[in-house]
Design a protein around this ligand. Sequence first.
Ligand SMILES: N[C@@H](CCC(=O)N[C@@H](CS)C(=O)NCC(=O)O)C(=O)O
Length: 209
Amino acid sequence: MSTRILHATDLSPFGRQVRIVLAEKALEYDKDQTLALTRDAKTFGKVNPALRVPVLEDDGKTIFDTRIIIEYLLAAYPEPSAPETPPLAPAPARPEEHLDDAMLLAVLTGLLDTAVNLSALGRNGITEEQAPYLGRHKERITASLDWLEERAGPEGFQPGLFSVADIAWICAADYGESRGLFQAGGRPGLQAIRERYAERPSVADTRPQ
Ligand SMILES: N[C@@H](CCC(=O)N[C@@H](CS)C(=O)NCC(=O)O)C(=O)O
């Protein structure tokens, strides 16, 4: 039994970002969906007050929030593992581009947060007529995609590296498309990032079926 446990559902797009990094680092772990399915806020809240997964247990630490888990994994396990080219980025942001890279990740997180929210409210039967704020959600998705497209270069978001932003985008795009929330098509830069990494084992092996 591994001492590393990833709490998430198999379909969670945030959990998938962590699974891609774990695969890139060839780190073994056990999956546990119990926390994700816990409806009791008191129990869940003791682990993550946001009541959300993913949560990672590693080396005696309990870590929540995707960005923080990935930052932790990159720092705790700096050795490159996957033989693929380009290599996984050593950190979420490049020191010399720290502000721009941090804002990029903020937009990507906001995009996926908004998509997850829209999907959950849709499942609850909430329509835009009942909650006009849903319209704002949709505008935010379009504005985010347009903004990201302007920054998607031919080698992804960080030339020469498989970046955390590339991972966040791939997971958001696959999720958005599978739920019918948005399409990457029509935005060639963003679409090219997905195609570039579609066959990379960490990406292909974690793609929801
Ligand atoms: N900011 C969080 C968001 C995670 C998130 O939204 N997780 C979803 C699953 S993909 C969740 O747990 N949703 C349950 C809920 O909102 O009650 C992160 O980056 O880890």
